[in-house]
Design a protein around this ligand. Structure first.
Ligand code: HEM
Length: 475
């Protein structure tokens, strides 16, 4: 026996070690067992779920592999409308205080608040968003994106769209161009990425209390420094008004500086990943379906002509392209499930079988919109990219889908306030791209069967390392 082992066994260390192990097992058991008051609900086996998380399985794959077979077998989907429309009964759950994400985003913003505070923020944000759809900015940035592309060859499309959407949200929402299309190594973005990587550490997400026991001082300093930078942009904006959402928000004297700043961080986070993911998925499905790409191109050329700059009116008049965008948002939904809501009182939820499920007060509940979009009872052959599902929905005698089940921006009062903004951003870039380029998926692409999304602890489904082969169209 080694000296170390001998000393270990003859001292009290083994007792301390054993107690720690026991505490750890008890903590895990408490964290991962279904509370007795919820045991009557149908459930996916917890061990399969834990194994899936432990091996870093991506969200969309887990839902298709574990949740959907379960939902289809039990034919039991709970109606999301209950949760989405009754926001007093179903407020957003307060996140654990210790999580560093809240140090970054702050607590006084549209995305985390409830009740009167949310109403006030939502009013200011919606009024700013409704003032202007910045098509000219989207056009300018799309041309800039084209200048980063070769006439012919491979492009890492998910990275380029991320740079595009960062500059788009910077310019149009915050009135501050991050210039990542010119400079992919922008220090601001590097700092942001380092922060998000730190925040997403699996151990800290599962056991947020670790953050209190062993504070990560370097990460905290990095976060505080970036929050200060947002504050700097806010101060600059107060004296340098522009055509951006922050300027419009500042016209409403309804928020404190802290609230403006927290909402700026929210716009920044909510406004770029989601749209970049949507643009990657859309180009991916066009690459996989050259016939559909060609149909969309013909429509764009008919309405916009070969060189005319897109305008709001023209972009509104592209039904086939619109159907393609909607279908790609369905099939690879950028935000797979919603921020948890919590029942404010004992509640009954009715399943599709008619059975009623009782939930006690304070039950944390998550709407899984990716699962809704892939439920074979609502969407025949849900894995097939078929934009025709969205054409002439109102006129068709036999509807192929129920449009109210399309919810990439969620539904009800707390649906995405930037839905219109994001849809025009997608329409502007994709129409100009179709006119300027044609593209295919390389034959050896890892994405050949399905878009390979990055692992995300924040419910995002965003394609990663997606190379597409572009050829500039003859002018
Ligand atoms: C394709 C792009 C986008 C998608 C798919 C999307 C999706 C969503 C979804 C599903 C929600 C509801 C989340 C929940 O309640 O748990 C949401 C909320 C929100 N989104 Fe978006 N979003 C997109 C783009 C944007 C952009 C560009 C901005 C800002 C410039 C933005 C700002 C917000 C804000 C502020 C909320 C919180 C609303 C509230 O709680 O009242 N989103 N988004």
């Amino acid at each position: 026996m080694s000296l170390f082992l001998e000393k270990f066994l003859t001292s009290y260390s083994w007792l301390v070690f054993f107690l720690f192990l026991l505490l750890f097992v008890l903590l895990c058991a408490k964290e991962f067992t279904v509370p007795s008051e919820l045991r009557h609900l149908p459930k996916v086996p917890i061990l399969s779920l834990l194994y899936s998380y432990a091996r870093g399985e991506v969200e969309d794959s887990r839902i298709r592999r574990l949740l959907l077979p379960f939902a289809n077998k039990h034919r039991e989907d709970i109606i999301i409308k209950d949760l989405s429309h009754h926001i007093v009964q179903w407020p957003k759950e307060e996140p654990p205080d210790q999580m560093l994400l809240w140090r970054f985003i702050g607590q006084k913003n549209i995305i985390l608040s409830n009740g009167e505070l949310w109403k006030r923020h939502s009013r200011v944000v919606k009024s700013a968003l409704n003032k202007n759809i910045p098509i000219a900015d989207f056009v300018y940035l799309t041309n800039k994106l084209f200048s980063c592309m070769p006439d012919q060859g491979l492009v890492r499309w998910d990275e380029l769209t991320m740079r595009f959407t960062l500059d788009a949200v910077g310019t149009t929402a915050l009135g501050y161009n991050f210039n990542t299309l010119d400079n992919p190594d922008s220090p601001f973005i590097k700092q942001y990425n380092a922060i998000m990587d730190g925040i997403a550490s699996p151990a800290h997400l599962v056991f947020p209390k670790i953050e209190t026991w062993f504070p990560r001082r370097k990460l905290i300093a990095l976060i505080d420094d970036l929050v200060d930078k947002f504050h700097g942009i806010l101060e600059y904006k107060k004296n340098n008004k522009g055509n951006d959402m922050l300027t419009y928000m500042l016209e409403e004297p309804d928020m404190t500086d802290e609230e403006y700043r927290d909402n700026m961080v929210v716009f920044f986070i909510a406004g770029h990943d989601t749209t970049a993911g949507a643009l990657s998925s859309l180009a991916y499905y066009f690459a996989k379906h050259p016939d559909i790409q060609e149909l969309a191109r013909s429509e764009v050329l008919k309405i916009l002509g070969p060189t005319e700059e897109p305008t709001l009116d023209k972009l509104r008049n592209l039904p086939f392209l619109d159907a393609c965008i909607r279908e790609s948002l369905r099939i690879n939904t950028p935000i797979t499930y919603m921020v948890p809501r919590v029942s404010s009182a004992p509640t009954e939820l009715r399943g599709s079988s008619g059975k009623v499920y009782l939930l006690p007060a304070n039950t944390s509940t998550i709407s899984n919109i990716y699962a809704v979009h892939h439920n074979e009872h609502h969407w025949p052959d849900p894995g097939r990219f078929d934009p025709r599902r969205f054409l002439n929905l109102d006129k068709q005698k036999e509807k192929t889908v129920d449009a109210s089940l399309w919810m990439p921006f969620y539904v009800g009062p707390r649906q995405c306030p930037a839905r219109n903004f994001a849809m025009y951003e997608l329409r502007t870039l994709s129409s100009m791209l179709l006119r300027q380029y044609s593209w295919t998926l390389p034959s050896n692409s890892p994405h050949n069967d399905w878009p390979q999304n990055a692992f995300s602890p924040f419910a995002l489904s965003l394609p990663r390392n997606m190379d597409l082969n572009f050829i500039r169209q003859p002018s």
